[in-house]
Design a protein. Structure first.
Length: 256
């Protein structure tokens, strides 16, 4: 499992002529020029693509945290007509591949003149389209004792206050898990960003990495591997900083 990653690290330090001549992990000649070359190889410095990805990721995280938590509270605590049917339909959307909805989404955003902007990647997150995270939060909220809600309601709190002051602070593990998975999935998303972004100045990291591969001319594999290593650093940092939330138990007694 680790060999391809380690080989990519080793290849980013080899001269171009040696990359595909050796499939071992030992580097005979260190060549660090791939990193500065790859950083400045495209139309913009690679930092601009990192910034574009950061904008999309941050917007997606905020959108999922806000919209999915509100939808989950509604499914877990409120009573409204066709609640069970709506919840079942929401779960069914988990099985829909992105390729099924990408065409109508593209037509919709094209009619709104939003192609070549970050809006098509961020706006759906603000509308609670990630059913997996809604289901995750619903199951978490159902584990929180209803006595907390009832005690707050006796004190005159409404649904908004109960959600913001009681439920939301107790949902830290679920919110952290949503943040980490949204970060990883959005950072690595190639297909959606390739469809909606055609301006090279707006490319995100996955689309920019694809630009190193040229089907007709020579491809810069050394620079590609070097920038791939750079693009993996935020994912490793996100996992290292948030791993304790991923393994944290969801045992809540209301004593906090």
């Amino acid at each position: 499992m680790l060999y391809p990653l380690l080989w990519m690290v080793a290849s980013s330090l080899r001269p171009d002529s040696d990359i595909f001549n050796s499939y071992g992990l030992f580097v005979n000649t260190f060549d660090t020029t791939h990193y500065p070359d790859g950083w400045n190889a495209l139309a913009q410095p690679f930092s601009s693509y990192l910034l574009n990805s950061a904008i999309v990721v941050l917007g997606s995280i905020v959108g999922n945290l806000v919209s999915c938590s509100m939808a989950a509270y509604a499914f877990a605590r409120l009573d409204f007509p066709f609640k069970r049917s709506a919840f079942a339909i929401m779960l069914l959307t988990i099985m829909l591949p992105v390729h099924v909805v990408i065409v109508p989404q593209y037509i919709l955003f094209a009619n709104m003149d939003l192609i070549n902007t970050f809006v098509p990647m961020i706006l759906p997150k603000l509308l609670a389209t990630d059913a997996f995270f809604i289901f995750l939060m619903v199951q978490f909220i159902r584990g929180i004792p209803r006595e907390l809600d009832e005690a707050a309601r006796i004190d005159g709190a409404g649904h908004a206050r109960i959600f913001l002051r009681i439920i939301l602070p107790l949902m830290t593990p679920a919110l952290a898990t949503t943040t980490i998975f949204t970060f990883i999935w959005t950072w690595n998303d190639f297909f959606t960003q390739l469809i909606f972004l055609t301006d090279p100045d707006l490319y995100t990291v996955p689309v920019a990495l694809r630009s190193f591969i040229d089907g007709q001319e020579n491809s810069s594999f050394g620079a590609l591997f070097a920038m791939s290593i750079v693009s993996l650093v935020p994912i490793f940092l996100a996992f290292l900083l948030g791993q304790r939330y991923l393994i944290q138990g969801i045992a809540t007694t209301g004593g906090k």
